[in-house]
Design a protein around this ligand. Structure first.
Ligand code: ATP
Ligand code: LTN
Length: 332
C-alpha cells in the first residue's frame, strides 16, 4: 500500500471559496511549498467541499482557477500533483461508503460544523454535516502519511483516523493512518478586526477589514493593518493583548524570527511602528506571488490542462483504494 517512491505521502487541500488570506498562506500553503521536496505531494482544490454552502456557479469556476494559480504562484512546483477534487469521482464514492461507517455522534461533535451552521443548523445542508467524511475520503484514497493544515483542521484528521481504524479493525488493513502536520508558527492567524476569531474567508465576506488577502495590493495591506485592533495600552508591552499578539505572530511567522527577537524588537514601540513594520514584511512576501499569479492567470487553458493532466495521473491510485474498500465491504 506504500507509494511507489520512497518518499512519504503528503495530501492537503483548500476550498475554492473565494480569495485566499494570510491565514491560508501562513497556516497551509507556505508550509507545503517549504517541504515539497521532502515528500510525495498531492495538493487538491476541494470544490466538492465548497458547495456545502451556497455558491455562485460562475464564481466557483473562477475561484477554482484562481486557487490553482495561487498554489503555483506561491511556489508549488509544476511537477507536483495539483488537481481538482471533482475531477476524480472516487472522492465522492469513497465519501459515501465512509459516511455509512461514521456515527452521527462523531459528526455532531465537529466544531467547524457547529460554527458554520450556527443558528441555521436546521437549514444548513446535509453536505455541510457530512463534510468530514469527504475530507477523510480525500486523505485515505491516496494512502496519505501526513496532512499539513492549520490548527482548525486537527479535529477532522482525528475523525479520519478514527473511521480508518474502525474499518481496519473490521475488514483488515484497508487504510494507512494519516497524521496531521501542524507547524508551531502561523497555525492560527486571527481576524484583524476581531482577534478572538480565526481569520477566515467566510468572515472576510462580511467585513473587509477582517483579513489580508494574498492578492491585496500594498496600499490596501497598509490600510487594513493600520486599522487592525490593538490593545488599550499606549505602546507594545509584553504580555500583549490578543490583537497585538496576532500582529506579532504574523510578523514572526512571515520573517521566521523567534519570539524573544520579536518581543525585543517591538517592546516599547508605538503601535504605528509595529503596524508599519508588519505591513512592510507582508508586502515583501506577497508582491512576488502576485506578480507570478498574474502571469499564470494570463493562460487559463494551460492551467486547465495542468489540472486535468494531474487528475488523470492520480485516478488509478484513487481507484485502487476505492476498489479495495468496495471489495472489503461487499460491493464487488
Ligand atoms: P472558510 O472560511 O471558507 O472555511 P477558511 O479561511 O477557514 O475558509 P479553508 O479553505 O477552510 O479556509 O482552509 C485552508 C487551509 O488554511 C487549511 O489548512 C486551514 O487549516 C488553513 N487556515 C485557514 N484559516 C487559517 C488561519 N486563520 N490561520 C492559519 N491557518 C488557517
Ligand atoms: N477541510 C479543509 C479542506 C480540505 C482538506 C482535505 C485539507 C478538504 N479535504 C484533505 C486537508 C486534506 C479545510 O476546510 N481547510
Amino acid at each position: 500500500m506504500q507509494s511507489a517512491t520512497t518518499k512519504l505521502r503528503v495530501f492537503s487541500g483548500i476550498q475554492p471559496s473565494g480569495g485566499l488570506h494570510l491565514g491560508n498562506y501562513l497556516g497551509a500553503i507556505r508550509n507545503w511549498v517549504r517541504n515539497q521536496d521532502k515528500y510525495d505531494n498531492i495538493f487538491c482544490i476541494v470544490d466538492l467541499h465548497t458547495i456545502t454552502v451556497p455558491q455562485d456557479p460562475a464564481a466557483l469556476r473562477e475561484n477554482t482557477l484562481d486557487l490553482a494559480a495561487v498554489y503555483l504562484a506561491s511556489g508549488i512546483k509544476r511537477e507536483q500533483a495539483m488537481f481538482v477534487q471533482s475531477h476524480i469521482p472516487a472522492h465522492a464514492e469513497l465519501a459515501w461508503i465512509l459516511e455509512c461507517f461514521i456515527p452521527m455522534g462523531w459528526l455532531e461533535r465537529m466544531t467547524q460544523f457547529k460554527e458554520k451552521s450556527g443558528r441555521e443548523r436546521e437549514r444548513s445542508s446535509a453536505g455541510l454535516f457530512a463534510y468530514p467524511a469527504l475530507m477523510a475520503a480525500d486523505i485515505l484514497l491516496y494512502d496519505t502519511n501526513y496532512v499539513p493544515v492549520g490548527e482548525d483542521q486537527r479535529q477532522h484528521i482525528e475523525l479520519t483516523r478514527d473511521v480508518a481504524q474502525r474499518m481496519n479493525q473490521r475488514f483488515g488493513q484497508l487504510f494507512v493512518l494519516p497524521e496531521p502536520m501542524i507547524q508551531a508558527a502561523g497555525a492560527r492567524i486571527m481576524g484583524l478586526d476581531d482577534p478572538q476569531k480565526k481569520m477566515s474567508k467566510s468572515l472576510a465576506a462580511d467585513s473587509p477589514g477582517h483579513a489580508i488577502f494574498i492578492l491585496d495590493g500594498p496600499d490596501l495591506i497598509r490600510k487594513k493593518l493600520a486599522r487592525a485592533q490593538t490593545d488599550a495600552q499606549p505602546e507594545v508591552r509584553i504580555p500583549a493583548g490578543p490583537g497585538v499578539t496576532n500582529l506579532l505572530e504574523i510578523y514572526r511567522t512571515i520573517t521566521d524570527k523567534d519570539w524573544p527577537a520579536v518581543e525585543q524588537e517591538f517592546t516599547g514601540k508605538p503601535y504605528s511602528v509595529l503596524k508599519g513594520t508588519v505591513a512592510d514584511a507582508v508586502i515583501e512576501a506577497l508582491t512576488p506571488i502576485q506578480q507570478r499569479y498574474r502571469e499564470i492567470r494570463a493562460d487559463d487553458a494551460a492551467l486547465m490542462r495542468h489540472l486535468h493532466g494531474a487528475a488523470e495521473r492520480l485516478t488509478p491510485i484513487a481507484e485502487t483504494t476505492l476498489h479495495r474498500v468496495q471489495q472489503a465491504v461487499g460491493l464487488r
